[in-house]
Design a protein around this ligand. Structure first.
Ligand code: ATP
Ligand code: MG
Length: 717
């Protein structure tokens, strides 16, 4: 007789349970949003440990974000209590690869304290290479080269493997050669970019079978969440390490594949069954997350995609509230409407932590953030590179990187004259020349030069002081907690002072950010792990438990769930995003639609879509039309509203039914159509003297509240 199920298995449905208990051999769970895929993985880890099939450190679990890894850790602890013997290896492909590479760095020509390059450092480096090679950066922008190199790396291709046709796409056939030069420079700098983390791990394993075997033996069980978004390099990585034991469980949903632009390949799902024959394939069809209307809206929308593996989803939950679609006059009004709805929810005792605002592009955030600040609504920005990419934070990081690794040239270049120390180009050129000739890092060159006559007295003194300071700071590292050291470095270098003296409007905010930065370091045991964290996640520190609204991009929202989800900016051009359409045509559109599907399926009880008729893009106002995705929602699950009745006027009931055709016919009659994307068309409208800036005038007519009423007037006209 079967023994009663362990407590952590209770509540799983039969299929979920099968996926948990099929511990041996390959397993593929292919299922829609909210069907419990992540829950299956978490339970599976608990099951492996509780039944003694594996000790925690013999389990490797790959999540898509570091946040997801943290959550998984918590959930496992909740299921089976704190586990001894270390935790499973839980993290992203990148963080796990970095961990492995640091242990064997010398085998891939790095030192274990190698730097992980952020995008802007990567671009700076490429720019230097292009300049050195005499290639016109206007014609052949560094960003384009970065994109090419990334795409090669995503496919697991080193410089020697670049297909000749593709190398030819840049600077008259020099793509591959430049890629090789870039890799060389990275090694000299003791640095790796994101793509390298995976690629070098692959190389490590291929060139050192004994080390590969070490990991193949160690990890008895492997699990991968969000499998649909793995790229080829990641797939090869998995295949290598799982080859021996074959206990690999992957869960994914082809309808949520949203990283095609970054090289993810849904085909990996099909490849799985080929490379791991005899895989147990499990399908989950019951959605446990969302109410009926939300699920039906999401399912209806995604059915417009043609490239689907196809699946059914059902819920036993009640229909719940309809999905709302709200039109606003402009993005400012949209932000106000969202703010007000959130305040209303708050007044009804809804937890702010159960509310999320999901945007298509991060530039949409600022207006919403501004509104939250005005209302005093606590919020946090999740997953974006925003915080750590702010200039002052990058400067502070550069100082710490120099303390951490004196060979970090990019960091040194960034801060050597920040704050201004009166070092001119000529001085810096001397440093560079010497470093290049002696093949040593810049700091080492500087240290040498300040003892010679090569530099003029003034810069020599300045640099000598700076070098002495770095020596002092490095020594302090032994005795002082790293966050206190950070404070000392920022003080003594004059960096904090620079912002204190700065009279510009944002200086205060920058000082606040620096404080926040130092605070965030306390969470980490030492400087190296902090720097590692920053370069890997670039996420804002979220240690505090204050109840806050979450603000993030749709891309960052994958795998998460909230009671209420706000989805602003559903306008042609913005969403679907014009760039995705221009670059990838139909497949771009389908990826945008999957993104909309991901957005809707984050909601448990309420999904609230917004669009604005006017939005400022790159500083210019553009007239926009509602997204085609709005029209792809099923009428019976949608309620159309207008922004803020208190403003009066409104769309005059125009949005009510949809007799014959689009419920937004009225808006289209502005002169736009879905065939002519909003942003482009707006240009011509502007050219024709359309409307002026935010302050009023133009379309807004004279005086009074300028909102939807004017639209109405326009419609009547
Ligand atoms: P996504 O594709 O969005 O990542 P998912 O398939 O990973 O979704 P989960 O996040 O694991 O889905 O689960 C969605 C929600 O449903 C969670 O709140 C989870 O706790 C709940 N859930 C999953 N399975 C069950 C179950 N058998 N009984 C009750 N609740 C469940
Ligand atoms: Mg999930």
């Amino acid at each position: 007789a079967a023994s009663p199920p362990a407590i952590y298995l209770e509540g799983l449905n039969d299929e979920q349970r099968r996926a948990v208990e099929a511990t041996e051999g390959p397993v593929l769970v292919l299922a829609g949003a909210g069907t419990g895929k992540t829950r299956v993985l978490t339970t599976r880890i608990a099951h492996l440990i509780a039944t003694g099939k594996a000790r925690p450190f013999e389990i490797l679990s790959v999540t898509f974000t570091n946040k997801a890894a943290r959550e998984m850790k918590e959930r496992i602890a909740a299921l089976i209590g704190e586990v001894g013997e270390g935790m499973p290896w839980l993290g992203t492909f990148h963080s796990i690869s970095a961990k492995i590479l640091r242990r064997h760095a010398e085998l891939v020509d790095l030192r274990s304290d190698f730097t992980i390059l952020a995008t802007d450092d990567q671009l700076r480096l490429l720019k230097q290479i292009l300049q050195a090679e005499g290639i016109d950066e206007k014609r052949w922008p560094p960003r384009q080269l970065a994109g090419l190199i990334d795409s090669w790396k995503n496919r697991g291709l080193g410089p020697d493997k670049v297909p000749p046709g593709e190398a030819g796409a840049f600077a008259h056939g020099r793509g591959g050669e430049l890629y090789a030069l870039y890799q060389q420079r990275l090694k000299t700098l003791n640095a790796a970019d994101f793509g390298d983390l995976l690629l070098e791990c692959l190389r490590l394993w291929r060139e050192n079978p004994d080390i590969l075997e070490l990991y193949q033996n160690r990890f008895r069980y492997m699990l991968v969440d969000e499998y649909q978004d793995t790229n080829v390099a990641q797939y090869l990585w998995l295949r290598l390490i799982a080859q021996k034991r074959k206990n690999l469980a992957c869960v994914g949903d082809d309808d949520q594949s949203i990283y095609g632009w970054r090289g993810a390949e849904v085909d990996n799902i099909l490849r799985f069954e080929h490379d791991f024959p005899g895989a147990t394939v499990v399908r989950l069809e019951r959605n446990y997350r969302s109410t009926g209307h939300i699920l039906s809206a999401a399912s209806h929308l995604i059915a417009f995609n043609e490239g689907r593996l196809g699946k059914t989803l059902h819920t036993e939950d009640e229909p719940g509230e309809k999905v709302t679609v709200t039109g606003a006059w402009d993005s400012g009004e949209e932000a106000r409407a969202i703010g007000e709805e959130i305040e209303a929810l708050q007044a009804n005792r809804h937890a702010l932590s159960q509310i999320a605002v999901l945007v298509r592009v991060s530039a949409q955030m600022r207006e919403i953030e501004d509104r939250f600040v005005q209302l005093g609504l606590p919020y946090r920005v999740i997953g974006g590179p925003r915080f750590f990419e702010r200039a002052e934070i990058r400067d502070a990081l550069a100082y710490l990187r120099c303390v951490n690794s004196p060979s970090d040239d990019l960091a040194f270049e960034r801060i050597v004259n920040t704050p201004k120390r009166g070092l001119g180009d000529a001085t810096l050129q001397i440093l560079h020349n010497h470093a290049r000739a002696a093949q040593v890092p810049l700091m080492q060159a500087t240290r040498f030069l300040v003892e010679t006559d090569e530099l003029k007295a003034k810069p020599r003194n300045t640099l000598r002081n700076l070098m002495a300071a770095f020596e002092r700071w490095s020594a302090m590292r032994e005795t002082m907690p790293h966050h206190e050291l950070a404070e000392v470095v920022l003080e003594e270098s004059g960096y904090t002072d620079m912002w204190q003296k700065d009279k510009s409007a944002d200086a205060h905010g920058r000082l606040e950010n620096l404080k926040e930065f130092v605070r965030s370091m306390e969470e980490f045991p030492d400087l190296l792990s902090f720097l590692e964290h920053v370069s890997l996640v670039m996420e804002r520190n979220e240690a505090d438990n204050e109840d806050r609204v979450s603000l993030m991009t749709l891309h960052a929202a994958k795998g998460l769930e909230f009671d209420t989800v706000f989805l602003p900016g559903w306008e042609e051009g913005l969403f679907p995003n014009q760039r995705a359409l221009d670059e990838s045509g139909l497949s771009g559109l389908e990826e945008e639609r999957r993104l909309a599907h991901v957005g809707l399926t984050r909601a448990r009880r309420r999904a609230k879509i917004f669009f604005a008729s006017n939005r400022r893009i790159h500083g210019m106002w553009n007239a926009t039309v509602p997204s085609r995705f709005v029209d792809e929602l099923p009428e019976e699950s949608v309620e159309v509203t207008e922004a803020q009745a208190q403003f009066g006027g409104g769309f005059g009931g125009g949005f009510g039914g949809r007799p014959g055709g689009s419920r937004f016919d009225q808006i289209e009659s502005f002169g736009s159509s879905y065939e002519t994307p909003g942003w482009q068309r707006a240009q011509s409208r502007k050219a024709a003297g359309g409307f002026s800036d935010a302050g009023g005038g133009g379309w807004r007519g004279g005086g009074g509240r300028s909102g939807p009423t004017v639209i109405e007037g326009e419609l009547v006209a």
